[in-house]
Design a protein around this ligand. Structure first.
Ligand SMILES: [Zn+2]
Ligand SMILES: [Zn+2]
Length: 575
């Protein structure tokens, strides 16, 4: 660690103390110590070794002790206890330039915001500008800073990458001469976070397409451009690479640029043994490298290699090539298999559409049912419901349900699982509604034992239908909270409580590995969009893609059942 690392922890302590409202002389002491450490020419480690550290201005025995602990474990008792009292998510928020501890404190005090994703939503909903001392400018600054922080992490969450890519894809698709277009790369494979965006276009006349691509309004800078490839950097900082190929080569190019690298290496080695060669220009026999055997479609490429078609989500070089050879690839769930969505919010709490509007939008998407699941009161930032409001909300949901003859609107709630595992709502109301998502939105830093206990206690109420966003992780933000996954799976199976794959931007929780593991252990899996608007319903496709990466078929996904069948499968309604 260099001096800056020590200084960072000290100034985090100062900032956290300020948010907590500690004595201002102590805050000042840590601010001064951080400055001393940061500007010190000599290495802090050397000064600690030689016991000269307390010779520095503003470093007394107590802060010297903190520095020793920081050397040992990157943090110290004081730092840790502040994070326990407050929330580690605040450290990420404090990294937002121009915000500063005073403003972070205001956001924390007024809106209880401790994570970047909630902050983003609050800023997007224009709730930040209403705080005293804030304005529209600060709010916009916060949003662009969040973007910057994510980019600094190098990768962006899949849902956002897909929206960016699709908007460009839509504009290019309409151009003359574009015969086919597809997103490629890790985005097509459904990786959780994306570096660059890749697009492949089939055309006989590439020049005008490259020119148009470079002049899109989103484009900030054209990095390279040529006859077959143009790379640009968007204003949002994301790099997009466009390749154009002859229509006869579209399949092999798309295959090549979709990856993964590992999948291709294994495929090439295998092809060689068969006397074949594979490249972005097609599958060739080693005797005739001029004319490809296959190149027009990906299906033809795989068929020429003696393989079943491998969906992009499986191309990660696990065992998919072997299974494609033995015709034993799983058949994966598709958006068309989905008959309903079980996690969404309305204007009753922090959504921005009514029950009616959400139901209508879901019906338009071809669904047969939805569950309305607004927040319980512990989530103050989301205007969570008291029991009185929830009772009235159930009535309101049932009314909409009756108005829609061919569509089922299930009454539900996303109830908070409190610190001790109890549920943040009257039990008779939970028993009365159709669908209960149990979620954790606070106290993320319990020990794994306490967290396991908390989840098991909640499941033991027999009132949950599913666990919402079951690990609480935020993509590129917070790691999930830790608990004994096996124990909770067992408990969930005992009570027929499903695990959600939450498709909302920034979550994708459970991740593919955990979803596959839970399903193999016999747990139920259900997909939720966690929509807060009509458009948010489209996020269900990210949950679907996550399920595909988990190798799950429609038979493993409760959303492919009718509403009645779904309810009969989960424990809440059976007990
Ligand atoms: Zn939630
Ligand atoms: Zn939710």
């Amino acid at each position: 660690m260099d001096n800056r690392d020590y200084a960072r922890v000290l100034s985090e302590i100062a900032a956290l103390m300020q948010i907590k409202g500690s004595n201002r002389f102590r805050i000042r002491a840590f601010e001064n110590a951080a400055r001393t450490v940061e500007t010190q020419a000599q290495s802090i480690e050397d000064l600690l070794d030689s016991n000269e550290i307390t010779d520095l201005k503003g470093i007394g025995d107590s802060i010297a002790q903190d520095l020793r602990q920081i050397r040992e474990r990157g943090t110290c008792d004081l730092h840790e206890s502040l994070l326990d009292d407050l929330d580690p998510g605040l450290l990420v928020i404090l990294r937002i330039q121009g915000l500063g501890p005073k403003k972070v404190k205001a956001i924390y005090d007024e809106l209880q915001i401790v994570e970047i994703e909630t902050l983003r939503k609050a800023a997007e909903a224009q709730k930040i500008r209403e705080l005293p001392g804030f304005g529209a400018r600060t709010e916009e600054k916060i949003l662009s800073e969040i973007e910057r922080l994510e980019r600094a992490g190098g990768r962006i969450p899949l849902p956002r990458a897909r929206r960016i890519a699709e908007s460009i894809e839509d504009q290019l698709r309409q151009l003359d001469g574009v015969q086919d277009i597809s997103i490629a790369g890790s985005l097509r494979r459904g990786r959780e976070t994306i570096g660059d965006i890749d697009l492949v276009i089939a055309t006989d006349d590439p020049a005008p397409i490259h020119q148009k691509f470079g002049s899109l309004t989103e484009v900030d800078d054209v990095l390279v451009t040529g006859e077959t490839k143009t790379s640009v950097r968007l204003r949002s900082g994301v790099q997009v690479d466009l390749r154009t190929v002859k229509p006869s080569l579209f399949g092999s190019a798309l295959h090549y640029f979709t990856g993964s690298k590992e999948h291709h290496i294994t495929l090439r080695t295998r092809a060689k043994r068969q006397g074949l060669k594979i490249s972005e220009y097609g599958v060739f026999s080693l005797e005739n490298e001029d004319e490809p055997i296959a190149s027009r479609t990906e299906e033809e490429v795989y068929a020429a290699l003696g393989l079943d078609y491998i969906p992009p989500e499986l191309r990660e070089d696990r065992d998919e090539i072997e299974r494609a050879e033995n015709h034993s690839l799983p058949s994966l769930v598709d958006l068309d298999d989905i008959r309903g969505d079980i996690h969404m919010h309305t204007t009753e709490t922090d959504g921005n559409a009514s029950i009616q509007e959400m139901a209508q939008a879901a019906a338009e998407r071809g669904y047969q049912f939805i569950a309305i699941t607004d927040h319980s009161q512990d989530v103050r930032v989301a205007n969570g419901m008291t029991p009185e409001r929830f009772a009235a909300h159930i009535e309101a949901i049932n009314q909409v349900d009756q108005q829609m003859p061919d569509f089922r609107v299930l009454s539900g709630i996303e109830v908070d699982i409190l610190k001790d595992g109890s549920l943040d709502m009257d039990h008779d109301l939970l028993a009365r509604c159709d669908w209960v998502v149990g979620s954790i939105h606070s106290h993320f830093t319990l020990s794994p034992e306490a967290m396991t206990e908390r989840l098991c206690t909640a499941i033991d109420t027999g009132l949950l239908s599913c666990l919402g966003h079951p690990t609480g992780r935020i993509l590129g933000g917070r790691d999930g909270y830790e608990y004994d996954f096996d124990v909770v799976i067992e408990k969930a199976i005992e009570h027929d409580v499903a695990f959600e794959i939450n498709g909302s931007s920034g979550r994708l929780d459970l991740n593919a590995d955990r979803a596959r593991y839970a399903q193999q252990k016999g747990a139920l899996i259900v997909l939720g969009s966690d929509a807060h608007s009509q458009r948010g319903l489209d996020d269900l496709r990210f949950a679907v893609q996550q399920a595909r990466r988990a190798e799950l078929g429609p038979e493993s996904i409760l959303n492919s059942l009718s509403a009645e069948e779904l309810l009969s499968r989960v424990g809440k309604t059976r007990s």
